[in-house]
Design a protein around this ligand. Sequence first.
Ligand code: NAD
Length: 466
Amino acid sequence: MTDTYLNLVNSGFTKKIAKQLGLPRPVPLRRHQPGRPLVDGPVLVLGTGQDADTVAHVLAGTASSAATDARAADATLLAPGWDLDVRRHAAQGERYAAVVLVLTELTHPDELAAPVLALGSTLKALAPHARVVTVSRPATPDDGPAVAAARQGVDGILRSVAKELRTGATGNGVVVADGVPVTAPSVLGALRFFLSARSAFVDGQLLAVDSDGGSLPLDWDRPLDGKVAVVTGAARGIGAAIAETLARDGATVVAVDIPAAGEQLAAVANKVRGTALQLDVTAEDAGTRILEHAQARHGRLDIVVHNAGITRDKLLVNMTPDRWDPIIAVNIAAQLRINEQLLTSGDFTAEPRIVALASTSGIAGNRGQTNYAASKGGVVGMVRATAPLLTAFGGTANAVAPGFIETDMTAKIPAVTRQVARRLNSLQQGGQPVDVAETVAFLASPQAGGVVGRTLRVCGQNLVGQ
Ligand code: NAD
């Protein structure tokens, strides 16, 4: 679907009018293209202490003197291909493609002023589509009050900065569990994802890295090489984009959809050089059939993406079982049943990955969507409780919560409501299916192995909810 307004405010005469009237002026986002540099310019690393130095060394691809910075040396050996132009101090007149603010060693809110005001003074000098990424520690009940206050303060800062950025720039944070080093695979993986154009529509989000699990890929452009992935609801929309993105990243894809979508499904499967499986995910034996197909055709199954989903909107006052039951059946009960069959099969045990599609409606709620929000809130809870069941195999379960994405599903929304819904986020536009797909691919990758049971929003920092 095209966003005519976005096109108008970026061209000629109508661009001028929009500026004069002070109308929202979303810009087309920079999206990932293989072969393009990770960022288009110098990266400034702010923050004091060992962690800030280590992050700067890793980004620069320089393993400083091994004696003082062994962790950085390890990480750069394992992670070739950073080689960024890194600065440790802001210089007059320099334009930064990214600013990384390392705040892992805070003990009191008083310590926020210096690094955060230093960030502030660079904001005018940010390049279009720039990235601001914080690296911090979570506030936990074990912290003293001052430490917890300082750490939680970073959340507020990051979310506010993201709302102040313009021209397609985003702000996101990596929140690293105590005891996990800043060189852990998933800290570097998340940092790289947030710096890259793959996270174009992820804004104002804080992603927790829970463990030092996972590993860095040998080739950042093909982290899924050798993996076999199943994508449900792959005939169109977000599912088709996920199939294409996983295949681009190296995976062999099994595309699943209902028989009625068979023709479109076959087209997607052909395009990604995978196979098609016509299957209603609500079938009693769906999990077993998925596993059998993947093993028979491709020899293994590593990644399952639960994307198939439907809506039947109605205010609760008018809700009926025929609008409630199918939503629960397709959007969450099927995922639970499939997971159970995979987990009990004994054949989903080699660093398996489950990535499920939630929705911002399941987090913030949405008028007319109690049924859908029940199912999508359910997904958030499901991945949290499923992740521990996969830990023993080096596996993870996580969710992606899209906001407004331009698909057939959102094309059903009445025109005026749709036009407003698109603008209600910091990037002032709807996301594209590929934006969700990039985040799914990241969570399915080995470099996200330390992200466990989390939900990452892809919503351009939607104004509702967290
Ligand atoms: P879509 O309607 O365009 O595509 C959904 C696909 O799922 C279709 O191909 C459909 O045939 C398939 N499907 C439906 N029921 C199925 C079943 N029982 N078995 C197998 N396949 C089935 O939807 P979309 O916009 O691409 O959404 C994909 C996912 O993202 C859904 O889970 C949706 O809830 C979620 N989501 C979408 C948005 C958005 O803005 N589009 C926002 C939040 C969440």
